[in-house]
Design a protein around this ligand. Structure first.
Ligand SMILES: NC(=O)C1=CN([C@@H]2O[C@H](COP(=O)(O)OP(=O)(O)OC[C@H]3O[C@@H](n4cnc5c(N)ncnc54)[C@H](O)[C@@H]3O)[C@@H](O)[C@H]2O)C=CC1
Ligand SMILES: O=C(O)C(=O)COP(=O)(O)O
Length: 387
């Protein structure tokens, strides 16, 4: 029986897809983990762990390098929550413009003022005037699953849209509305945008990408939206810019104490992916990925190991080997098998940056002696007998 542990609530529509070869348990020694935003960095990774499935996009809550070194494949669910985030970003654009939150708060103060309310409304409303988004320029940083949807939706609402993504995928480029202008540099986007929305992952090279230097290039009164991760904006730069009015409003899906105390900030409690549709999409995708990896050794949408698919095994046995992407691995593995007179009938070897994966179907039963021999090869970090 394969054991799966969930570290966050995972939609039942996903969990139900596990066959009766799987059980959801609360043990330590599990084959797979499913999670959303749970921070795994301080968690001990058991030697039994084969797969981590992030039902969502961002993987900064998972110790990817540590997982790679232990041969644990980390999956995410690209695009599965993108529409949910896009819809909230569209709301964010309007919240950034029309002082809707301030106005609603003020309207609540009129409670119990009887027949006076309509008169007070008409007298007070001029305090809450805010600009339209139509005709204004939105700069979208990161044109992946979410950025593309945001750019296209803003364009459909009459905005001019500038996009910046030096690593844009061919698929995203195909999806992008032809009216969206490419910004060759980030500086160019900062200088020409009335609204800026960030849709990049939090990584070492994107951390603090909104800082004093970049803010100084922005238009006075720019409105900034961050539905990606808190760490993309430098705290003290943000605080200064909001205080001076350089940034007129900051809308974020990632509240923390310091930002909650800043002026002109609207905080949403990380609701980007919190729709039933997105929760189901993410759970279904994550479960299918983890299940196919554990049962068949196939890898789809991993962030640390390469894509690999040999379907269901029809041979006598299948072995999966996670290893470093270094010379002689394939020859060492095949030599070890040949030395035991094991004939290979199908095989894939793929690599992704520093890590590689070899999936092999053979005509004989795999013994624990062969597994131990493979495990002893320098560079191999995990060996699994799938069948
Ligand atoms: N608020 C929420 O609930 C959610 C937040 N997110 C956040 O949004 C981020 C983006 O999500 P997706 O669009 O689904 O991911 P994605 O992987 O489809 O897109 C990310 C894009 O950023 C681009 N990129 C990377 N580094 C860049 C850089 N330095 N400058 C410009 N572009 C760069 C990539 O080329 C890629 O096209 C996630 O990493 C996550 O942090 C994602 C889902 C839900
Ligand atoms: O998918 C992402 O990156 C998100 O930020 C969504 O997080 P959640 O699944 O709502 O905890």
């Amino acid at each position: 029986m394969y054991k799966i542990k969930t570290l966050n609530n995972i939609a039942k529509e996903g969990l139900e897809l596990f066959s009766d070869r799987f059980e959801i348990v609360d043990d330590k020694d599990v084959n797979g983990i499913l999670l959303r935003s749970y921070k795994m960095h301080d968690m001990e990774l058991p030697s039994s762990l084969e797969a981590v499935g992030r039902a969502g996009a961002g993987v900064n809550n998972i110790p990817i390098d540590k997982c790679s070194e232990k041969g644990i494949v980390v999956f995410n669910t690209p695009g599965a929550n993108a529409n949910a985030v896009k819809e909230l970003v569209m709301a964010g654009l309007l919240l950034a413009s029309r002082n809707i939150v301030g106005a609603i708060d003020w309207a609540k103060t009129l409670k119990d003022k009887g027949d006076e309310v309509p008169k007070l409304v008409e007298a007070g409303k001029s305090n809450f005037v805010g600009p339209e988004i139509k005709g204004k320029t939105l700069g979208v940083i990161g044109l992946g699953a979410i950025g593309v949807l945001v750019a296209n939706a803003a364009e459909a609402l009459g905005m001019k849209v500038l996009g910046y993504d030096p690593f844009i995928s061919v698929e995203s480029a195909w999806e992008l509305d032809h009216n969206i202008k490419k910004s060759d540099t980030l500086d160019d986007l900062f200088m020409n945008s009335d609204y800026i929305s960030i849709h990049v992952p939090l990584m070492d090279n994107t951390k603090g990408m909104i800082n004093d230097e970049n803010i100084s290039l922005m238009k006075d009164g720019v409105r900034l939206l961050n539905f990606s991760r808190a760490g993309l904006c430098d705290d003290s730069s943000l605080e200064k810019a909001l205080e001076s009015g350089k940034i007129a409003r900051y809308i974020t899906d990632f509240p923390y104490d310091k930002v909650l105390n800043m002026k002109n900030v609207i905080c949403i409690p990380h609701l980007g992916a919190s729709t039933p549709e997105s929760e189901i999409n993410c759970a279904v995708m994550a479960v299918n990925e983890v299940k196919d990896y554990i049962e068949n050794g196939n890898i789809t949408n991993s962030v640390n190991y390469p894509e690999c698919n040999m379907g269901v095994c029809h041979a006598t046995s299948r072995i999966a080997v996670n290893h470093k992407n270094i010379p002689y691995m394939v020859s060492n593995i095949t030599t070890a098998l040949a030395s035991k007179n094991i004939n290979i009938i199908d095989m894939i070897n793929k690599s992704k940056k520093d890590w590689a994966y070899t999936l092999i179907d053979v005509e004989s039963k795999i013994t624990s002696e062969i597994v131990d021999e493979l495990k002893a090869i320098d560079g191999i970090v995990k060996v699994r007998v799938i069948k």
